[in-house]
Design a protein around this ligand. Structure first.
Ligand code: FAD
Ligand code: FES
Ligand code: FES
Length: 486
């Protein structure tokens, strides 16, 4: 097997001898590419943002901004990346760098290379379309969307301590389209770099990127202690902040069988290794509850790496996809060397970070049955609006017909050792009129769901109050119910 390499700013660099736990950030800096900065090492500041060539949906390749501090560099074997140094040079600034400079988007400059990379990813987003000027004036824009089609959520994972965000937004909204001869733009029309099967051993640890699902399943059957890694947005934090180390890592994020997407007459199936950004784009509004969830899940930078398989694979009681998928009655397709089985998500979690998933099994896909509930909502309470884990998350999926609740599914996160269904509240709503009176009584039941704890995110009392509030708010938003959905 050829030795691993990555193409950085057009130059092929060897990854031979690199330790399994070396992040892209540390590796780049060790190669003298010092633009990429460490602000937090936990995915929260974006100072380490880089551009990686990934498969696209509306173009063959998409330049995707990722947190270099979370990614093990070996996962980039055979891949292409661009850092702020590769975008432009002091005497030939990239359009993004130029706008940041002339509009005062940088003071101390620590955050700037990260902003520039996240901004460049949005600059090169293939479906970024400038708004048409209106008959009465310039193209419409709001504080999050520029007249040039720039979506400011692209910068939701980047923090700046000293400039203030206004000049940065001005720079983003002033960008035009890439020039016709822009080599980074034209790269989007070529296929993405193929993903080689990789095996690396060194320093007592091993890394493998199997090329196909069967190979991956055989590997984890032989090595039940192997650690699966998809987007590494959870694992990367453990490595950096908790000094987690694995003897054997198996990368599953590019397995074709885990990147499938299907909409059939009776279900939507989302591959466990599609990133949340990819799932959002592929779903294109097909699952309205997930449409409410996506913008509240971390930042664009994190969603560009994070997968549903990883979110459910952690077994975390505060993962955001679980409450939403519980409200949608979703199930998981679990795959092992012995075949596949389907498990209702409501039966999946068995205790704190425990599940019915057996050693040697992985989550291949998430299945959402159709038709979906007619009335849906996702409510998240977190300390920071974007890029934060939930203190409490609540998802609703109700069918209301002739003013009566026919079916209710409510998923909760952050109020017990596992994500769970609010079964008592569902019972308090089902068969009753969808009125303020019913909802007030059900909200009292809801406040007593789960076994919330006091921790650094919220107190138990606050969590209970938020449960009650979530139902009252959901009702207030949907007092005139829609009929059963399709
Ligand atoms: C700054 C920041 C903000 C965040 N905000 C949120 C948030 O708002 N909401 C939220 O829910 N989470 C949040 N997270 C947590 C994290 O991003 C998510 O849990 C994410 O979905 C993990 O996916 P991943 O592919 O990166 O998982 P990885 O880190 O690759 O893996 C996580 C775990 O899942 C296992 N795993 C991965 N894929 C599979 C699979 N297919 N089958 C079985 N096991 C698997 C791995 O073995 C590992 O144990 C945040 C993280 C950071 C760093
Ligand atoms: S260093 Fe802060 S997100 Fe990577
Ligand atoms: S310019 Fe100083 S942190 Fe952003």
């Amino acid at each position: 097997m050829p030795s691993p390499t990555a193409t950085v700013n057009g130059q092929v660099l060897s990854l031979s001898g690199v330790d399994l736990h070396t992040t892209v950030l540390d590796w780049l800096r060790s190669r003298g590419l010092l633009g990429c900065k460490e602000g937090c090492a936990e995915g929260e500041c974006g100072a380490c943002s880089v551009l990686v060539a990934r498969p696209g949906i509306s173009s063959p390749t998409r330049w995707t901004a990722l947190n270099a501090c979370l990614l093990p560099v070996l996962t980039l074997d055979g891949q292409e990346l661009i850092t702020a140094e590769g975008l432009g040079a002091p005497d030939a600034l990239h359009p993004v760098q130029r706008e940041m400079a002339v509009r005062g988007g940088s003071q101390c400059g620590y955050c700037t290379p990260g902003f520039v990379c996240s901004m460049a990813a949005e600059f090169y987003r293939p479906d970024r379309v400038p708004a048409e000027p209106s008959e009465t004036g310039p193209a419409p824009s709001d504080h999050l969307h520029g007249p040039n089609g720039f979506d400011l959520h692209a910068l939701s994972g980047n923090l700046c301590r000293c400039t203030g965000y206004r000049p940065i937004r001005d720079a983003a909204f002033a960008l035009g389209a890439p020039a016709d001869d822009d080599r980074i733009a034209t790269r989007r029309d070529q296929p993405p770099p193929p993903v080689p099967g990789t095996r690396v051993a060194g320093g007592g640890a091993r890394f493998a990127r199997p090329a196909a699902l069967t190979e991956a399943l055989n590997l984890i059957a032989e090595h039940p202690g192997a650690l699966l890694v998809a987007g590494s947005t959870d694992w990367g934090v453990d490595v950096n902040l908790r000094a987690a180390r694995a003897a054997f890592v198996v990368a599953i994020d590019r397995l074709p069988e885990l990147r499938t997407f299907r909409v059939d007459s009776d279900a939507v199936e989302i591959g466990a290794a599609l990133t949340l950004s990819e799932a959002e784009e592929l779903l294109d509004g097909h699952v309205p509850l997930l449409d409410q969830l996506f913008p509240q899940f971390a930042s664009r930078l994190i969603r560009n790496g994070a997968t549903m398989g990883g979110n459910l694979g952690t077994g975390s009681p505060i993962g955001d996809t679980a409450p939403a998928l519980l409200a949608l009655d979703a199930s998981l397709i679990l795959a092992s060397a012995n075949g596949e089985r389907e498990v209702l998500l409501a039966d999946y979690f068995t205790g704190y970070r425990r599940s019915v998933r057996l050693p040697g099994e992985l989550i291949r896909a998430v299945r959402i049955p159709l038709p979906q509930p007619g009335l849906v909502g996702f409510s998240k309470v977190a300390k920071r609006r974007f890029d934060d884990i939930s203190s409490v998350a609540v998802a609703f999926g109700l069918d209301v017909e002739d003013g009566v609740v026919r079916r209710a599914r409510i998923g909760l996160g952050g109020v017990a050792a596992t994500p769970l269904r609010a079964r008592a509240t569902e019972d308090a709503l089902t068969g009753r009129p969808w009125t303020a009176e019913t909802v007030r009584a059900a909200a009292d039941v809801m406040a007593a769901e789960g076994t919330p704890l006091d921790d650094h995110r919220a107190s138990a009392r606050y969590r209970s109050a938020m449960l009650r509030q979530a139902l009252l708010k959901f009702h207030a938003q949907h007092e005139t119910p829609l009929e059963v959905g399709a």
